[in-house]
Design a protein around this ligand. Structure first.
Ligand SMILES: NC(=O)c1ccc[n+]([C@@H]2O[C@H](COP(=O)([O-])OP(=O)(O)OC[C@H]3O[C@@H](n4cnc5c(N)ncnc54)[C@H](O)[C@@H]3O)[C@@H](O)[C@H]2O)c1
Length: 460
């Protein structure tokens, strides 16, 4: 085994490129598998570890279980070259590796409390195989203090080794998005921290082999953990502000999109686009990690909390727009034929984690609506498994609908024409647009009842 902590960074990089460094990557999901492939591409001998045997089996056959551009090619290439193999045996992988990169999920539970159990379980297993000189690099998003407080202490307790003396600990959060993970991981700047200088230098040496981006060193791990939460919550808060302004505009007879474009002509104004809510497993989750830490420090994060509540309330607001539109033509949601366009959490991805569409659907269901879904990224069977009726084409889905709610701005919906939409639907159709794709003037000219997020003109 190579003691990475004792190597000068340049020597570590040279050995890695030559294939003399073994790295275990634990967790082969959306972020872990691209990380493993990029490290193999840089020259390291990589063993990928996952708790899921079917993931391991598929990878060892040379195919990726994830639909991520460029990933399949790298999996095939490095399985063939012998630089990458996968296993479920974490202790063995830990004992045979010089560095271990941990990329397992960090979640919140039903009551919105952080759930770090995957990290805890992994640390217990890793510590059985760890040795003097092991370097452990955490990459998961967590509350500031979690790596030092939970993960480091589990590793020390179960290995009998001392962090900073016997083994190193580095931390570098992931900045990448599903659908372009390889490119993001290769090019984005990364924030890095370590429990001491040796951990920091060797973590940087390894990461620099897989990224062209700058490595931004911060003073300690809790700062790096906070950085990831701050940059994500910044977005959640700004979307919350856009949603709040949008609701105001609806009441005040203002077109938010027009006001936003005009306001953003001022160089310091960066107003965002409002919508049906916020999804994905980052923005709806990370604020709760920070709120949890803040509670333990007796700090109140009022804006963070308020933004979450505004964003989580948007599906209810959208249902209100639909009910209002239907009421104006003497109909109601009860037994109304409502078509929902889009269930992904953001445009052009096949990913539904924390998608606001599902809250919207369950509220519509509770109000007694007869729901049909169309999403070009999902088959009818796939949508059926979520418990909803789907149609295979846009035309079929909207034919005779009383109300269409456009939730996700998939490229396929960009060519939606208000006139065609209205013609295909029943008489006096209601169009609720959360995406700002439909021309509201055109919709009204086509005798549709138009309601849009932030569209105040038509309610006055
Ligand atoms: N996906 C993203 O876009 C993204 C972006 C930035 C940060 N992150 C963060 O990256 C981390 C990983 O997220 P992800 O999206 O890659 O998760 P994921 O759910 O896609 O994959 C996690 C993988 O870990 C495996 N796993 C779970 N428990 C395990 C265990 N005990 N031992 C071994 N393997 C185990 C799972 O089987 C799965 O394959 C999280 O902290 C997440 O918040 C994700």
């Amino acid at each position: 085994m190579v003691n990475l902590l004792e190597l000068p960074p340049e020597e570590l990089k040279r050995l890695l490129a030559r294939g003399d460094i073994s790295i275990a990557v634990v967790g082969l999901g959306w972020m872990g598998l691209p990380t493993a492939c990029l490290l193999a591409e840089a020259g390291a001998k990589v063993v990928g570890v996952d708790i899921n045997p079917s993931v391991v089996e598929r990878l060892n056959k040379g195919t990726s279980h994830l639909d991520e551009p460029g990933l399949e090619r790298l999996v095939k290439k490095h399985m063939r070259s012998g630089k990458f193999k996968a296993t479920t045996k974490i202790e063995e992988a830990s004992s045979q590796s010089d560095a271990i990169v941990i990329v397992v999920p960090t979640l919140i539970d039903q009551s919105k409390k952080p759930d770090y159990s995957a990290i805890e379980n992994v640390c217990k297993e890793i510590s059985k195989g760890m040795h003097k000189g092991s370097l452990i690099i955490f990459t998961g998003t967590c509350g500031p203090g979690v790596t030092e407080r939970i993960t480091r202490s589990i590793l020390e307790k179960h290995s009998g080794l001392k962090a900073g003396e016997d083994f190193g600990v580095g931390y570098s959060p992931l900045r990448a998005m599903g659908g372009r993970a390889l490119t993001d991981l290769q090019n984005y700047n990364r924030v890095v921290a370590g429990i001491d200088k040796k951990s920091l230098d060797s973590t940087c040496a390894i990461l620099s082999a897989m990224t062209e981006g700058e490595l931004i060193k911060v003073r300690n791990i809790r700062t790096a953990e906070a950085t990831k939460l701050f940059e994500t919550i910044y977005r959640d808060v700004n979307i919350g502000l856009a949603n709040e302004f949008a609701i105001f505009c609806e009441k005040a007879g203002i077109d938010y999109m027009e006001a936003m474009a005009a306001a953003n002509s001022q160089p310091y104004s960066h107003l965002l686009i409002p919508g049906a809510g916020v999804g994905g497993h980052c923005l709806p989750v990370y604020p709760y990690m920070l709120l949890d830490e803040a509670r333990s420090h007796g700090a109140k994060l009022k804006i963070v909390k308020a933004s979450r509540s505004i964003n989580e309330d948007m599906p209810r607001h959208i249902v209100g727009l639909a009910a209002d539109g239907l009421k104006s033509i003497g109909k109601s949601l009860r037994r109304g034929r409502v078509t929902v366009l889009g269930i992904s959490y953001r445009p052009n991805v096949k990913e539904v984690r924390y998608s606001p569409s599902f809250e919207l659907l369950s509220l519509l269901k509770r109000r007694g609506a007869r729901i049909t879904i169309y999403d070009p990224r999902f088959s009818c069977d796939e949508i059926g498994r979520f418990g909803y009726r789907a149609e295979p084409t846009l035309k079929k889905a909207i034919e005779k609908a009383d109300c269409v709610i456009i939730v996700v701005a998939h490229d396929e919906f960009k060519k939606l024409d208000a006139r065609e939409l209205a013609a295909l639907m029943g008489r006096s159709p209601v169009i609720v647009d959360c995406t700002h794709l439909v021309d509201s003037v055109q919709a009204e000219k086509s005798r549709a009842i138009y309601r849009g997020v932030g569209q105040g003109i038509w309610t006055k």
